[in-house]
Structure formats: structure tokens, C-alpha cells
Write a protein that binds this ligand. Sequence first.
Ligand SMILES: [Zn+2]
Length: 149
Amino acid sequence: MENLQEILSSIDMSQHTMDHITIACMDGRFFGPVVHYLLDRGLIGHTDVFFAAGSQQNFLSDEFKAFALKQIELSRKLHDMKTVTLVAHWDCGAYGGNKALGGGDEERAKYADDLEAAKQVIAAKFPDLEFELVLAKPEGNKVDFQKIA
Ligand SMILES: [Zn+2]
């Protein structure tokens, strides 16, 4: 892994393009792991970020859908964004967490279904975007990023 400080100081503040947008939950337990995931993939300095409670759930909500889609629209329009990483995470409080979703296969299926549904909502408005769907799940004291699609 490259040094974060070096990468941050090499970001050209006069540039106005970001190829990517990362959409994740605001849950601070997962912030560091998401940053490391992006760092490993060389995306720091190349990705916009939209961190909001429930991540993918915002695109499926009557209350937040327009706001969430606006973030995509602005990233595309202002930064020429082309690819999207949608990150769901285990035990998400916006869903009621493990208590509500069971902490097993059903919980995994719910996040996978909602990631796919959110992708469809975004793709319906922006059909030329490419997507990566990921579930962030703690395994011991590390967080595993599992590809859903
Ligand atoms: Zn969450």
C-alpha cells in the first residue's frame, strides 16, 4: 500500500476531473476500511465520495432519492465521473443492523438486493455508467470487501 500522505500531497487541486464516485454509509466504523480499500485500488485522488446513512438505501427512498441522484449528476457533470462503487456494510444501522436483519444469509441477501436495486435506479438515469457493488463485512478485526457484482 502506498503512503496516504504522499498521495494526498500529490493531488492536483487545479484538476476538475474525478473518474469515479464512491458511495458508502456515514458509519464511522467503516470509514477507515473504505479509505484503505480505495487506497489499495489507487482511487484516492480519483474518486468523489458520497457518504450518507444507509448508502445504497438512499436511492430507494422517496425521501432521499432525488438528493442522492443529484450527487451522481453533479459528479458526472462537474468531474466527468464514469464509474461507481456502491458499498453496503454489515450491521448497517439504517436497516436496524444485525438485530433486524438476522446477521446471516438473509442480511447478506438484503444488502445484495438493495445494492442491485440502487444500481438500477442510477443506471436508469445514467445508462453509460459502470458499477461495482461491494459488501463491507468484518472478519475478525479486519473488514473484508466482498464483490456482489
Ligand atoms: Zn450504515
